[in-house]
Design a protein around this ligand. Sequence first.
Ligand code: CA
Length: 256
Amino acid sequence: MPSLHLHRANNPTIDEYSAAGGVDFYFTFAFQPIVNASTREIISFEALVRGPGGEPSAEVFALVPRENLYRFDQACRLKAIHVAKRLKIDTRLNINLFPNAINRTGLNIRGTLQASLKEGFPVDKIIFEISEAEKLENYPLVIGIFESYKDFGFKTAIDDFGTGYSGLRMLAEYQPNFIKLDRNLIADIHQDFVRQTIVKGIGNICKQLSIEIIAEGVEIEEEYQWLREIGINIFQGFYFARPSFEALIDVQSKLF
Ligand SMILES: [Ca+2]
């Protein structure tokens, strides 16, 4: 159930982003680091939408009127850039796109581009993640929009790879800069021959196509070590750091 305090009209902390998104509550972001183990540095933070008290994204999205989903998704992008900039981010920034919200129109790129420029945030440091976990309503249009983002200089990633509706199809038609291997493929991979075989296969595909793999949802050292041994370099997950509310936290160097 949504938290009561999240859904209050006349919330004094509502800002222009809430208004632009068509919601009557304040929303903000938590940030989770993404590390490159070969260079031993944080290369990006993924922005994850949160309610005013840190409520998770599912609770936040449950309160968005369906007819405003597109507006809200757009406002999320703009605010993620704004908050990250306020926190003085100096790495890349991963931003999630809600795929069926970008179906409505392709014109939202310009808004994101202008926000990036206004905040002084380099376009090529923004990585848009699009999930394959949701069935796309208009497949060619989404691919086209993804291509446009790339043309504008943004980086792109297929999110939740390996769990959804269209991962290989999407990859066949569109090659992003990154794919994010889903937690379901990574859980206990150090002792799961089938998952090991699948992930090695994806690794070969990505190597041939010059796509970088981000292993997300890494929770324990054994998973990390196994993935590292087969040549995966980029990681995200609770093993390194949980998302932190309106903060860019460091990762302990002993972990990787
Ligand atoms: Ca994501």
